[in-house]
Design a protein around this ligand. Structure first.
Ligand code: NAI
Length: 497
């Protein structure tokens, strides 16, 4: 059992108290607001009582957990702690001052940890006489349920400090990952891709926010799309984080935020908490526009490059469409392609096909849940309607989007993989930690490196190269981690020897 101090007993502090008290440690709670301390002690006791009532822990154990939670009235009461975790207001000057005061109180062996999500650990430690004892210990909300903590050594932190924090976190049943003292650490860095690419897709006019969310959720199996997530975390908070990480990476276009955000913040459309963000929330429930109706159209069809012939031929037969053998058939058929990375305009030109009759399907999305149909700027309405009707003929939902290299799903996934690769390339975290942190901290179905390996590193590289070539945007430049492993045929999770 360790004696652990928690300073700042708000949302995060009280979660940290619950986690470690339940892991058998003694917790001392301090906050400049005595009510916050009392409230946190009450809150945690309530959580324990609920577990006792549900039978998850027995009454004796519950009482002993509560007995280990000690409200304090002065910072000096934390003098005997072996570890102090700070979860106060996110201001560098205030944190530096608190760490300075703490150093004068605690023993030489005491570890000082900060739960900051955006400040540099090295900056917080910089005013300490012993910066080697300071580290980041970043939890996620709600702490007991989000079973992950990032351990962040500052530039001066001693390895024994991070080792002890790791043991403490793992002893409480959470996964500990180690991340370098870099912008966004690991999870908030890895999370940039989904937001910024979702916004980029909308800015480019490929589809709207509803379209992106549906494709990410149903086509890719994510719990939420980027715009639902923005509404949940609040545009004021997320918009600030987006800008801050971009600035801290010295305006690297990979992290570029979006011009779509500031006007919405100015208008007060923060998301759920203000009743309206990208979506409206009358009575707290998200209002999602109805799905576009399926047109009643038919047209002869030719299946071209990349199309899953078996699956689509079955649809064609069941829907009573006519399948033709040649793209220049006299019936003027719709020309259906399946593309990896390439936009439809480029594919039509490359293959010498009539772009007014071309449509493409994204082979990456879950064919049984949602299909994405891409059009060129000149695809005829009758062709789009017929292809839509065909793809929806077995009741599966269809998203119709404008021309885009990598559709929506491929480009979002490729950016998630590339960001994970860049975190590995920069040595911010190990491949195992990257994948675990993203799965647990962001709730993605897989970590970015495992995801890249599932699609194939070479394919992800090709999608990014196409995006970079077609858009001319250095945002899409592939990480060296990805390029080298793709060329060498290695797994993305593979460390250098
Ligand atoms: P909060 O506002 O709920 O609680 C902060 C508490 O700190 C308040 O009770 C306040 O009275 C107290 N406080 C402020 N200055 C103090 C001082 N000088 N000495 C002692 N107590 C002081 O804030 P929250 O959300 O719990 O965040 C705390 C820290 O955790 C921040 O650094 C934040 O960036 C970080 N964080 C927050 C997450 C979240 O989802 N809310 C997630 C991960 C990290």
């Amino acid at each position: 059992m360790a004696v652990i101090g928690v300073i700042g007993t708000g949302v995060m502090g009280r979660g940290i108290v619950q986690l470690f008290a339940q892991a058998g440690h003694e917790l001392r709670l301090y906050d400049t607001s005595p009510e916050a301390v009392a409230e946190a002690a009450r809150f945690v006791a309530g959580m324990i009582d609920r577990q006792v009532a549900k039978g998850t822990i027995d009454a004796m154990a519950g009482e002993s957990v509560k007995g280990r939670i000690i409200p304090c009235t002065a910072l000096a009461d934390l003098a005997g702690c072996e570890v102090v975790i700070e979860a106060i207001v996110e201001r560098l000057d205030v944190k530096q001052q608190v760490f300075g005061e703490l150093e004068a109180l605690v023993g030489a062996e005491c570890i000082l940890a900060s739960n900051t999500s955006s400040l540099l650990i090295s900056a917080i430690a910089s005013k300490c006489a012993h910066p080697e004892r300071v580290a980041g210990l970043h939890f996620f909300n709600p702490v007991p349920l989000m079973k992950l903590a990032e351990i962040i050594p500052g530039v001066m932190t001693a390895p024994i400090v991070t080792d002890r924090l790791k043991a403490l976190v793992e002893g409480a049943g959470h996964r500990a990952v180690t991340a370098a003292d870099q912008p966004g650490f690991l999870v908030n860095h890895a999370g940039r891709a989904l937001y910024t690419e979702g916004l980029r897709v909308v800015e480019e006019g490929v589809t709207d926010h509803v379209g992106v969310d549906r494709i990410v959720r149903e086509g890719l199996g994510f719990r939420m799309g980027p715009f639902e997530l923005l509404d949940l975390t609040g545009l004021d908070v997320s918009g600030h984080v987006m800008q801050s990480i971009y600035d801290q990476f010295l305006q690297d276009p990979r992290y570029r935020p979006s011009a779509l955000i500031p006007p919405r913040i100015a208008a007060g459309l923060y998301g759920r908490k203000t009743g309206r963000g990208f979506y409206a929330y009358p009575d707290g429930q998200k209002q999602e526009p109805a799905e576009a109706g399926v047109p009643a159209a038919k047209h002869p069809i030719w299946l071209g490059e990349g199309v899953d012939i078996e699956a689509v031929t079955a649809l064609v037969t069941n829907a009573g469409f006519t399948l033709v053998e040649r793209p220049d058939d006299p019936t003027d058929p719709a020309l259906l392609l399946a593309l990896w990375g390439e936009d439809l305009t480029s594919a039509a030109v490359r293959l010498g096909l009539d772009p007014t009759r071309c449509v493409a399907i994204d082979p990456i999305t879950d064919f049984e849940r949602r299909r994405t149909l891409m059009t060129s700027p000149v695809t005829r309405h009758a062709i789009v309607d017929a292809a839509h009707a065909l793809l929806a003929s077995d009741g599966t939902k269809v998203s119709v989007i404008s021309d885009s290299p990598g559709f929506v799903a491929q480009r979002v996934l490729a950016m998630i993989v590339n960001t994970g690769c860049e975190i590995a390339q920069r040595g911010i975290a190990s491949p195992d930690d990257i994948d675990a942190a993203v799965r647990i901290g962001l709730g993605y179905p897989m970590g970015p490196l495992a995801l890249g390996d599932r699609i194939g590193a070479a394919r992800v590289l090709a999608i990014l190269e196409s995006l970079q070539r077609v858009t001319g945007d250095p945002r899409y430049r592939p990480s060296l981690w990805l390029r080298r492993r793709a060329l060498l045929g290695l797994w993305l999770g593979q460390q250098a020897v």
